[in-house]
Design a protein around this ligand. Structure first.
Ligand SMILES: [Zn+2]
Ligand SMILES: [Zn+2]
Ligand SMILES: [Zn+2]
Length: 131
């Protein structure tokens, strides 16, 4: 297979995986899902590309690990200033789109992306512990 064809295929597969996941996924999740199909560097490059194209956005979890979530629910302007919730129990990372932070940057500063993560226990884990 030619390199370009493989990269295009990798991009499509990675985007499909992220979009089909209900939670944010890490580099490792992607690597596990795609198996031998992609090496680390290819995945890294594809993720960079998809982020630039605003197909996905980055989220940092409470452990400082970067995860990726689909942009299907993003507003058209992709400001990515919503809060994320990181479950300390199951490690699920989800977008809290209704919680947007309004930032006031000093004059002349340009916004790029914000990593705002709240840690706690998700509903599923709370429900499970009550059973
Ligand atoms: Zn977005
Ligand atoms: Zn949980
Ligand atoms: Zn998000």
């Amino acid at each position: 297979m030619k390199k370009n064809t493989r990269n295009t295929k990798a991009k499509a597969e990675i985007l499909k995986f992220i979009n089909s996941s209900t939670r944010a996924v890490s580099h490792l999740d992607i690597q596990k899902s795609l198996g031998e199909f992609c090496d680390r560097v290819t995945i890294y490059r594809v993720l960079e590309r998809l982020t630039e194209e605003k197909s996905i956005h980055r989220i940092v979890n409470v452990d400082g690990v970067i995860n990726y979530a689909s942009c299907s629910s993003c507003a058209a302007h992709h400001t990515h200033n919503h809060v994320h919730f990181s479950c300390i129990n199951c490690k699920e990372l989800s977008c809290l789109e209704n919680n947007e932070i309004t930032l006031t940057l000093p004059e002349g500063y340009q916004f790029k992306e914000a990593f705002l993560t709240v840690s706690g226990v998700c509903k599923e884990c709370v429900d499970r512990s009550l059973v």
